[in-house]
Design a protein around this ligand. Structure first.
Ligand code: NAD
Ligand SMILES: O=C(O)C(=O)C[C@@H](O)[C@H](O)[C@H](O)COP(=O)(O)O
Ligand code: ZN
Length: 369
């Protein structure tokens, strides 16, 4: 088949031999076969140079396991934590790549949670306009969500993921055994995105989460596979979030507002998933207010979230400042805050206009219920 490309230019015909269809994404390899598969990929398609980006914790807890599968490489360890997901850290990474004379055939392996995969993916996409990149996510959150779908970026001036690009890594390798060293709070944080995926797309999966105890899950592999499948299907339909991908942002209009506000308060930072968990409750409340979710369904959402998460600490008099962050949400259009809501459990709907006052009300309801 020949592809005809015109777009106002003189028509040219692209033969697939010269322009092979670029895969939007290769499905992640999940399981004990992941790291051997990574080694095999590097053997078949060797980069000019190999670079590994880790943070202080993944360098200690995950890198030794990964390194056994890698040929010669350079390692850069950045400071751990959301407060380092910044352009200043990107500068460190770009500087390191430059010092080591990385060319565009070099490959960056991002070994870590969502901070490392978001920031590393962004650095890889922008260094010399793009070098090769592979994700090796090591948190539950990054395995079920962050390492899938190609959203990369960093926080800027207090706003979440304010600077970034859509750029899929060439492959993602998930070894669930990395989760064995993950602190319990981080495991819970990832669980928020698992709840989100069930709420927007799979009522039966949500029913399975009722009564689930996060600390007692013997093997997260089936849950990771299911979340990745839900997210992968949505991203494949809308990689750049012009429509249905907004479903994956359920809980994040309020969640990011809470996360950004608390990150800016010394000593009060919360994990991404903790803020999203509160966002799921607030946005479910908004859906219930509009008659989109029944009172019984709202109770179920509250129960599943409360089984894993303590209520988030903020006060009534902070609500105005928190809600104001929603004005910067990336789903908004002009002055209209566009939120993803639920139309029944298992069915998300996007582009629902809400006001700052609605968000304030949902935060007030969160504090009082
Ligand atoms: N791109 C996306 O689609 C997407 C999706 C969801 C979240 N995110 C982003 O992801 C970030 C949150 O990711 P996260 O929760 O993974 O946080 P994180 O990357 O900060 O990791 C959490 C903590 O766990 C440590 N850690 C990681 N793996 C470990 C392991 N195996 N053993 C021991 N410690 C380990 C890290 O060093 C860190 O201290 C946020 O910035 C969020 O905005 C992005
Ligand atoms: O992949 C997506 O699309 C998501 O929205 C997944 C979210 O869990 C994730 O937190 C994402 O980084 C939020 O994106 P943003 O565009 O609201 O910054
Ligand atoms: Zn998220």
């Amino acid at each position: 088949m020949l592809w005809r490309i015109s777009m106002g230019w003189p028509a040219v015909y692209l033969h697939p031999r010269y322009f092979p269809a670029l895969p939007l994404s290769t499905p992640p390899i999940i399981g004990p076969e992941a790291l051997p598969a990574l080694a095999e990929r590097l053997r078949i398609a060797p980069p000019s140079r190999l670079f590994v980006l880790a943070d202080a914790n993944t360098a200690r807890d995950c890198y030794p396991r990964l390194a056994a599968y890698l040929p010669a490489h350079e390692l850069l360890t950045i400071a751990a934590g959301e407060e380092h997901k910044t352009l200043a850290t990107c500068t460190e990474v770009w500087h390191w790549l430059t010092q080591h004379e990385a060319d565009r055939h070099a490959l960056l392996v991002c070994l870590g949670g969502g901070v490392v995969t978001d920031l590393g993916g962004f650095c890889a996409a922008t260094y010399k306009r793009g070098l090769r990149c592979i994700g090796v996510p090591t948190t539950l959150l990054a395995q079920v969500d962050a390492a899938v779908g190609g959203k990369t970026g960093v926080d800027f001036q207090g706003f979440k993921n304010h600077i970034g690009v859509f750029q899929e890594p060439e492959a993602v390798f998930m070894e669930p055994a990395f989760l064995s060293t993950l602190p319990a709070g981080e495991l819970r944080s990832g669980y928020a995105e698992v709840i989100k995926h069930a709420l927007i797309a799979d009522a039966a999966a949500f029913a399975d989460l009722r009564g689930l105890a996060v600390a007692a899950v013997p093997d997260w592999t089936p849950i990771i596979r299911h979340s990745v499948a839900i997210k992968g299907q949505i991203v494949a339909q809308d990689p750049h979030e012009s429509g249905p991908r907004k479903l994956l942002n359920f809980g994040h209009t309020v969640g990011h507002a809470l996360e950004s506000y608390l990150l800016a308060q010394p000593g009060r930072a919360v994990r991404h998933g903790e803020a999203v968990a509160a966002g799921l409750v607030c946005e479910s409340w908004l859906a219930a207010q509009r008659g989109l979710l029944s009172a019984a369904e709202l109770t179920q959402v509250r129960e599943v979230v409360a089984a894993a998460f303590e209520p988030l600490g903020f006060a009534e008099n902070e609500i105005g400042e928190i809600a104001a962050y929603a004005r910067h949400d990336k789903k908004n259009q002009g002055d209209v805050i566009k939120c993803t809501l639920l139309q029944g459990i298992g069915h998300g709907i996007f582009d629902q206009a809400v006001t700052v006052a609605d968000i304030e009300d949902s935060l007030r309801a969160y504090l009082t219920k």
